[in-house]
Design a protein around this ligand. Structure first.
Ligand code: ZN
Length: 251
């Protein structure tokens, strides 16, 4: 006998639902033994997006098995619900904001690195590796693939809603409250290495003549050996940083 339940997704979780289901209770039919976690994920809400689940007025955990007539409310991580009787289902935030990004988010990874955030990204990384790195290195998995966030082992994850990289950047900084942690130009955009200052004499041979003449502040990536200076790309990148910072103060 199927069970009939009603589900309400709160606030930002509605983004994850098809248009016609947003902002209203959803009538769902589930098999006996279905957990509230299975139900939420079947509607398109990965467990990493959920902070609190209330069934018939009581806070429950993911393993709660649904009963006929249950009224379920699902609250997102972003809702400030620091009320003690509620069972928080999301893990405590990571002490240091660190990320691992799926293969489709390379442009976002570069901007986050530019802003100083530690981001693992490779264009050949598999879903298994993404999940494993997230767990082993305590990194928040950023992805546009909600299937990835349904993996049970992934505790820290976030489904990126926006598709444009500027909007994605602002979305992620807002979600993790990182605008004040921006510390640009300290990290290699290509490989995530932390840049070190290097004397001009030490890199002289590798610089074009004009660069040697016009610049005297150089940094080197200890991982991939790239050299950075405030050359032609710098103004564009600095403008990008300012633009993101402004978006943070406007919020
Ligand atoms: Zn590098």
């Amino acid at each position: 006998m199927p069970l009939h339940v009603e589900v309400r997704c709160v606030a930002g979780l509605n983004d994850l639902l098809p248009n016609k289901r947003r902002g209203r209770p959803i009538a769902a039919e589930v098999a006996a033994g279905t957990t509230v976690k299975d139900l939420a994920e079947s509607l398109g809400v990965p467990h990493t997006e959920i902070a609190v689940i209330v069934v018939n007025g009581e806070s429950v955990d993911f393993a709660y098995q649904l009963r006929n007539g249950d009224r379920v409310s699902v609250y997102p991580v972003s809702e400030a619900l620091a009320v003690s009787p509620l069972v928080r289902l999301d893990p405590p935030p990571l002490r240091e904001p660190r990320f691992v990004l799926d293969v489709h988010l390379g442009r976002l990874a570069r901007i986050l690195r530019l802003l100083g955030f530690d981001c693992v990204w490779r264009n050949d990384i598999t879903d298994e590796e993404l999940a494993a790195i997230s767990v082993a290195e305590q990194r928040t998995l950023l992805t546009r693939d909600r299937g990835l966030l349904k993996r049970a082992e992934v505790a820290h994850g976030y489904l990126v809603r926006e598709s444009d990289r500027r909007r994605q950047t602002i979305e992620v900084l807002r979600r993790f409250d990182l605008f004040r942690a921006i510390s640009p130009f300290g990290r290699c955009l290509e490989c995530n290495g932390v840049l070190e200052p290097v004397a001009r004499e030490d890199v002289d041979q590798r610089l074009p003549a004009r660069t040697r003449r016009d610049f005297d502040d150089f940094r080197r990536c200890p991982r991939c050996d790239r050299i950075y200076w405030k050359g032609s790309h710098y103004d564009r990148l600095a403008a990008l940083v300012e633009d993101v910072r402004r978006a943070g103060t406007a919020a």
